[in-house]
Design a protein around this ligand. Sequence first.
Ligand SMILES: Cc1cc2nc3c(=O)[nH]c(=O)nc-3n(C[C@H](O)[C@H](O)[C@H](O)COP(=O)(O)OP(=O)(O)OC[C@H]3O[C@@H](n4cnc5c(N)ncnc54)[C@H](O)[C@@H]3O)c2cc1C
Length: 475
Amino acid sequence: MSKKYDVVVIGAGPAGYIAAIRAAQHGLKTACIDEWQNRDGKYAFGGTCLNAGCIPSKALLESSELYHRAQHEFKKHGISTGDVNMDIAGMQKRRAGIVRQLTGGIAGLFKANKVDGLVGHGKLLTDRQVEFTPVDGEPEIIDAKHVILASGSAPIELPFAKFDGVDIVDSWDALEFDAIPERMGVIGAGVIGLELGSVWARLGSKVTILEAMGDFLFMADRDVASVAGKDFKKQGLDIRLGAKVTSATVTDGVVTVAYDDAQGSQRIEVDKLVVAVGRRPYTDGLFSEDSGIATDGRGFIEVDDECRTRVKEVYAIGDCVRGPMLAHKGSEEGVMVADLIAGELAEVNYNVIPSVIYTAPEIAWVGKTEAEVQQSGRPYKTGSFPFAASGRAKAMEQTTGMVKVIAAEDDDEILGVHIVGPMAGELIGEAVLALEFSASTEDIQRTIHAHPSLSEAVHEAALAADKRALNYMNR
Ligand SMILES: Cc1cc2nc3c(=O)[nH]c(=O)nc-3n(C[C@H](O)[C@H](O)[C@H](O)COP(=O)(O)OP(=O)(O)OC[C@H]3O[C@@H](n4cnc5c(N)ncnc54)[C@H](O)[C@@H]3O)c2cc1C
């Protein structure tokens, strides 16, 4: 007899494992299937985010940032250290330990919430039947009342710079280098390219980032992108815009990268080339042809606003469907779908999804950029406050950047908040809450912010929108 579940989730990344836990919390009999295998041969829950994305990248960003600060900032604090050395094996051991703890934590959460975590491949057939092939066993059929597809994404490969796992690599490989490449090339100055470029540049690599677009961080507010671009340059990141890579060839461990820019044909030589040009939805072997699931021209599973596919009681969430490829977006879709299955009202507010780039300075935003507000035709006002005027930022020796608030001229509603500077990824939380509650700048202006704190910069930027900044000259 086949096994029966109320909910079967395929994929245990941040979208799938959260959906499974939430469904089980509703009292639904739930299984979550995943086949992720790490480089050490071990299977682990957590998907890209925990194993090869968000978490390991932040671990390395932290280590490399501390190394950089020990070399360049400690003196200003009066701390002398002698030579500061980096032990790459030690750094990587810490990264792997954090990943192991967190992925093991999901297995623990599954147990605590009575989710059956199944290790192996899942494939949706017809009539909500799922074929489950355990990693060490024969396929079996599971009957599900509801199925949630959460199969995630995979790095995009360029036909003229194919991954070889050694010299031309994807972001996962670049997180696991066991030595500092003397010269590193990155194709793509997006979030992943900038984060990985920062890690290895701080550790001593000469990093060149080639970006096909002419605008730096085209998706960010122009003021924020301009501050960040200048600071990255100062840090030694060589970011070349309008550089369209045409080929990458490897000879004796040296990668020659050819690209075209406004000046003509160029080439650089590097020891490692990281291709970080984006990710594609991953749906290989996920559903049978007769399952009824449809994908769009770019391979994303077609869903409506509530993540329903064309097949009754089959949902899809996370990176394998439209919208920003972000862990927290996938998790919120997971919560929504589990609540809908349980018969509750639920929705995801796609207008209020924060974006964070964990470089130094960090970059974070929520809502509309100034260009987007301008385009909408709605009259607006802006207020900015530089971290150079923040006592806490000065004490931290991190005064680069600012907070910028954009609000409607008529009813004062906050339309967007953009931050570049220390802890921007943490500060944006207040702005996300403000937008979620349709707050006005006056709401933030009248909210007491602790002194001295970085959050005062958000307060002052909201005040500045009405030319009422108290610790900076109004313009
Ligand atoms: C280097 C890097 C850094 C990143 N940093 C951030 C960040 O700081 N913040 C952020 O929000 N996002 C970040 N991301 C993006 C984030 O990792 C993804 O948005 C997120 O992991 C998507 O979650 P998901 O659950 O949809 O898919 P995934 O995390 O990709 O998980 C999908 C899971 O499904 C499994 N699977 C697929 N098909 C099957 C099948 N048929 N059977 C069984 N199992 C299957 C896979 O094994 C995988 O475990 C980063 C990504 C990268 C690469």
